[in-house]
Design a protein around this ligand. Structure first.
Ligand code: SAM
Length: 220
């Protein structure tokens, strides 16, 4: 496996939260049902860790040094940087994005932070442009519902995956719909059905996220 220079700073930058989002987070306990309230991280309520339990997500995925990860629909790369830290200089993270503006911004940030084990990929909507048979974890966070023709996308993704690969999907469930706009909701049952149709096996479902589902699938 190729070795890469160590990463200078892997601590995700703190981003300022817009006032509306901050108020939304603060109102969570008042408006939501018990299942949401009991799953929030109150020590970090105004950060992504608070509403998405990102530390626990990383811990649950249990990546090994040297793993190759595809962050599909990477956006600003929040998870790409977290994965880069987890897989180390011998691993590889592909931050896959279709938006050229986001790709350019992410490439700049990767260079600034010296994250030499992250490769930012400008993908096609139906092709992540990944090396064949290389990916140990394909990860979608807040992204799967954005993909079109998902079943055929997942079927062709198979050739990019290693033999023991996993696909992990975090997306917003209807129970979180007080906070999430309608078009961004995808029921967990639908996600599982689509993965099954594409030929993957459901291997784990986690219910510790306040407003989202978190499922892991393996190659059959
Ligand atoms: C809401 S953002 C999520 C970003 C990131 N995963 C996160 O959790 O912060 C969804 C991203 O998916 C990207 N996207 C949508 N369709 C895509 C596709 N077919 N391939 C790759 N990226 C895609 C969008 O451009 C957008 O940046």
């Amino acid at each position: 496996m190729t070795s890469h220079a160590p990463i200078r700073s892997q601590t995700p930058r703190r981003r300022r939260m817009p006032i509306r989002a901050a108020l939304g987070s603060a109102l969570v306990p008042l408006l939501a049902g018990c299942h949401v309230v009991s799953r929030l991280d109150y020590g970090h309520l105004l950060s992504r860790q608070g509403w998405q339990r990102t530390d626990r997500v990383i811990e649950t995925l249990a990546l090994a040094p040297g793993d190759h990860v595809a962050d599909l629909g990477a956006g600003d790369g929040y998870f790409s940087f977290r994965f880069a830290e987890a897989v180390g200089s011998g691993g590889r993270v592909y931050a896959v994005e279709v938006d050229p503006g986001k790709v350019a911004a992410l490439r700049r940030e990767v260079a600034e932070r010296g994250a030499s084990n992250i490769e930012v990929v400008l993908a096609d909507p139906d092709d992540p442009r990944l090396p064949d048979g290389s990916i140990d974890l394909a990860f979608f966070c807040n992204a799967y519902h954005h993909f079109e023709e998902r079943v055929s996308y997942l079927r062709s993704l198979r050739s990019d995956l290693s033999e023991h690969a996993r696909i992990a999907i975090i997306d917003s469930k209807p129970e979180g719909s007080v906070f999430i706009p309608k078009g961004h909701i995808l029921p967990e049952g639908q996600i599982r059905a689509e993965l099954s149709e594409a030929g993957y096996r459901h291997s784990a479902g986690y219910d510790f996220l306040p407003i989202q589902s978190f499922d892991v699938f393996t190659v059959q």
